[in-house]
Design a protein around this ligand. Structure first.
Ligand SMILES: Nc1nc2c(ncn2[C@@H]2O[C@H](COP(=O)(O)OP(=O)(O)OP(=O)(O)O)[C@@H](O)[C@H]2O)c(=O)[nH]1
Length: 396
């Protein structure tokens, strides 16, 4: 198989990194898309440029220093990449851990340089890069694994997995195969296979990061179109869609309940303390209720101070469980006044609970029954939970 010659491959890699840095710069500056992650990507690509293009620009320097410096640049590039990935995924890996791993690697490289060994810096760096690449794979898996299909997650993590395997393989060859390190030293340029693999990895990792950026954008658009901008609860359209989906699942034996909620005398909060206090009260209620619900429960704001919870039930006709959860939401709000300008504003809400019935394709019937219960709760004095009579059971 005939490769492009190594200097050409390195020039292509250098040009690719410069173009990629420019593209991330545009994303960061012009479009302000994930700006911090994009800036980290600019820096990561720029750090790769001297690493790639300085193979023979330090001719005459001791090999240990020449290789050590380019290894430090490569390590810096991978660290910046991992930090960008962390920002993009909002992942849990602590910068402290990245700093510990890369710091130990950098110290190893410098120690190798100081001892005059040209092989040690490479070995240390390869092992450090392998650990960082493994961390990147783990973060992608944790960050998107449960939200994207397995195939897409694997494709996104693949370049980092390849970086892990190749770094480990090279480190093993360096340590275990006599003469391998000396052969590397004899030529300041990498061999054709290494240069080609390096280019493929750089392109693969960039594509993977672009894919994650697109995923982030899609998530942002979904958030904007599905969420109420003030409280972050589902908006009416998204809630009705979730309700129609839940209604469709009913035939498969997966039941749900609706809890309709309306904050009591909300107008008084606005009138007495201003619209900003009213907004703060809405945020306060949503935060309290979200904290009391499970992740699979859906809280929607249907308008004004009216909310609704869609509650999947483990036992399809467990009305008592739904009523208990509504009571928990009611008690939680009653016990947690809003702190507003150094005073406590007491808040309460009324709740109507209903289970779905048959022949109600879009869930309008259950919505109307929960609404009727809510108005009963208002009429009976507010700050209470009213539960609808059980409808005719649906098909099992
Ligand atoms: N601050 C703020 N107020 C809102 C918002 N949306 C609706 N409102 C106000 O909510 C109030 C709703 O008042 P009403 O429908 O009379 O209900 P209420 O005062 O809660 O009385 P009951 O429901 O009978 O207990 C109105 O004053 C609206 O202006 C919002 O996004 N922010």
């Amino acid at each position: 198989m005939k490769f492009l010659d190594v200097p050409t491959l390195l020039q292509i890699s250098t040009a690719f990194n410069l173009m990629a840095a420019l593209a991330w710069l545009v994303l960061a500056k012009a479009f302000r898309i994930a700006p911090r992650a994009s800036w980290l990507m600019v820096a990561s690509h720029l750090a790769r440029v001297p690493h790639l293009s300085c193979g023979d620009c330090m001719v005459g320097w001791p090999a240990a220093v020449r290789l050590g410096l380019t290894e430090l640049l490569l390590l810096a590039s991978i660290v910046l990449l991992l930090l960008a990935l962390r920002r993009m995924l909002g992942s849990r890996v602590r910068p402290r851990h990245i700093a510990w791993i890369s710091g130990a690697g950098a110290v190893g490289i410098v120690a190798g340089m100081a001892s005059g060994s040209a092989i040690a810096p490479q070995g240390v760096n390869l092992l450090t890069v392998a650990v960082l690449a493994a961390l990147a794979v783990r973060e992608i898996w944790r960050g998107v694994g449960d939200r994207l299909s397995t195939g897409i997650t694997v494709c996104t993590a693949l370049p980092f997995a390849a970086l892990f395997v190749l770094s480990l393989l090279q480190a093993s060859l360096l340590i275990l195969v006599p003469g391998w390190g000396e052969r590397l030293l004899a030529n300041p340029l990498p061999g054709p296979w290494r240069a080609a693999l390096g280019l493929m990895l750089t392109v693969g990792i960039s594509l993977s990061l672009i894919a994650l950026m697109i995923w982030r954008l899609i998530m942002r658009i979904q958030h904007l179109t599905h969420r109420d901008p003030l409280t972050g609860a589902l908006n009416r359209r998204a809630f009705e869609q979730a309700l129609a989906e839940a209604q469709a699942q009913l035939a498969r034996g997966r039941g749900f309940a609706l809890i309709m909620i309306d904050i009591d005398h909300f107008k008084r909060v606005n009138d007495a303390h201003g619209h900003a206090a009213g907004d703060a009260a809405l945020l306060h209620c949503v935060a309290l209720w979200q904290a009391s619900l499970r992740e699979l429960d859906r809280l929607g704001r249907l308008g004004g101070e009216e909310f609704c919870v869609l509650l999947p039930l483990s036992s399809p006709r467990d009305q008592a469980a739904a009523a208990m959860i509504a009571e928990r939401l009611r008690a939680r709000l009653e016990a947690s006044p809003l702190r507003w300008q150094s005073q406590d504003l007491p808040l309460t809400a009324s709740f109507g609970v209903a289970l779905p019935g048959v022949g109600d394709a879009r869930g309008e019937g259950v919505l109307a029954r929960a609404d009727a219960e809510l108005y009963r709760a208002k009429a009976e004095g507010r700050n209470r939970v009213c539960v609808a009579d059980q409808p005719t059971p649906g098909p099992a």
